[in-house]
Every structure is written in structure tokens, then in C-alpha cells.
Write a protein that binds this ligand. Sequence first.
Ligand code: C5P
Length: 309
Amino acid sequence: MEGTIHLFAPAKVNLVLRVLDRRPDGYHHLWSFMQTVGLEDEVRLRLRPDSHELRVSCDDATLPIDGRNLVVRAVALVRKAACLHDQSPGIEIHLVKRIPVSAGLGGGSSDAAATILGLNRLLRLGWSASDMARVGQALGSDIPFFFFAPSAVVQGRGEEVTPVTLTGKRWVVLVHPGFPIETRWAYERLSEARTSVPTLSDAHDRLVRQAALSWEDVIPLMENDFEPWLTPAHPVLREIKEELLAQGAEAALLSGSGATVFGIFRDQSSAMRAQASAGRIPGRRAYAVRSEARPAASQSGPPQPLSVG
Ligand code: C5P
């Protein structure tokens, strides 16, 4: 069995992130509106029929490429779920990292999802999006979403994904303050600090039920339950949010458990201005990207986005 496949693995932002009650397994129930954006890693996969080895390389030398990397763990899970074990062909993976790490943008999860998707095609496993999501959820709560991108409401621990249609286009400015936030730490801080669990409104329910949503439907509901609990430890998050709003963002919010803050802009020129302004501050990285990852391309052609219908 031979073949190569190149995939773009897009970042996500959480347009809404409500963290609900803690579950008996230690995770929290979530209600999140997730959206992929046009900042992408690249995952290049190649089958090597002459060996059984897994070889991983990455253009970012600071990233571990051993069992700590979700891509490596995704390969092991696919081999196990497909019962390939020792018969598995060798696999070569090259990762091009553009999405900041531990940034609330789901970069590692998206890379893992791209790996599962790519192996599903190369090994002709015939898995549906739901099958792939089931394999991926064991690795991380954000992974199932990427099989139903670009827009979806995510519930449960992250495994209940309802794709939604978000019409219209926006520009998104992502501002990374230059330090990581560990997801587990953020959840602990939130659940220790808050005294009550938020409730969902009817408006959230309506978002899932509507056949098509516009940005005007979603923007008024944009909220992230981590924000009030992480901002005291990192006041720079509030500064970035205020700067994005001052630059004309329709809304600005922390993504996931941070530390990236993003702003929604109507047009490219105001997004570029906001990006240039944020990027001038030493240590910060800023990106102006489209609100959706690029459209599908053919398997044998140039890299394709991670989106499964
Ligand atoms: O699933 P993932 O590895 O991304 O989760 C990292 C950590 O975030 C978990 O160990 C848990 O502490 C927290 N988490 C949570 N509830 C979720 C998702 C993650 O408490 N729904």
C-alpha cells in the first residue's frame, strides 16, 4: 500500500464557550460554538510499504515529536482501531506548524484530526466522520469538532458535535500574547474560583435548531466562561481585547482556555490594521485570517483542508 496525502489542519476559535457542571469523570460539560479559521498547520503523510516504522518530523524544533505529540498518538490509535498492529505499513509524517501551541486555537487537536483523516484515506479504512471522531475523542476533547468543521455546536465533554451553517464572511484577528496557558490549569482555576455554574439561555438552544445562522445571530451571544477567571492572572488578555475593540472589532473574546484573544472584523482592511497594530508589541504574534479555512481541494492535488461533509 503506497500513497501520500497533504492536509491543511485549521485553527479553531470558540465563538461561545460555556463551561457547565463538572462531571464524575473530572471533565466539564461544555456548550461551545466552534469555528475554524484560515490559520493552518500542514500535515503531510506518506505510506512506506518497505517498513513498519513511524517517522515524524516537524519544522518547529521546539515541538516534541515523540509520544507527547498528538499526531504520534493519533497514529497509534488508528493502527489499534483498524486492528493493523504489526501489519501496518510504515508511515512518514511531516508537520508544518503555524498555529501557536497551547494557545486555545486547537492546533494539536487539528493536527491529530488531520492525521486520522489522512490515514483513513491512505489506508482505505472507510470510516465516516463519526467513526473518526470516536477514535479522536480518546485523544482530546477538541478533536471530534474538526471532522464536522467549519462551524459546529459542541456539547458533552466535546464529543457531541452538531454541525451548523454560518452564512456570511468575516475577518478574524488572532492575537497571541506570547505565553501559553495550560488547559487543565485553566479548568482548575475556573472550577475553584466560581461559586455557581452558568445556565444556558433559550438563545443558545435556538442557535442549534436554526437551519442557517448569520454572524449577526452569533455575535451578541459571544462569551467565554474562562475570561473572568483568567484575566486577573493575566491582565494583558483584557488589554488585547480592549485594543481589538478600539480597532473596530465587532466583538473580541478569549479563545478556548487562552491565551489567544481574537476579534471579529467586517472587512479585510480594518483586520489588517488591527493585526499590524497588535503585532508591533514585542512578544505578541498577530494574524489576520478569514473566518473559514480554505475550500476543499482534491486528494492528489495541493494540500486540502480538514473538513468532512
Ligand atoms: O481533553 P483534553 O486533553 O483537551 O483536556 C485537557 C484538560 O482540560 C482535561 O484534563 C480536563 O482537566 C480539562 N477539560 C475539562 N472538561 C472538558 C475538556 C477538558 O475539564 N470538557
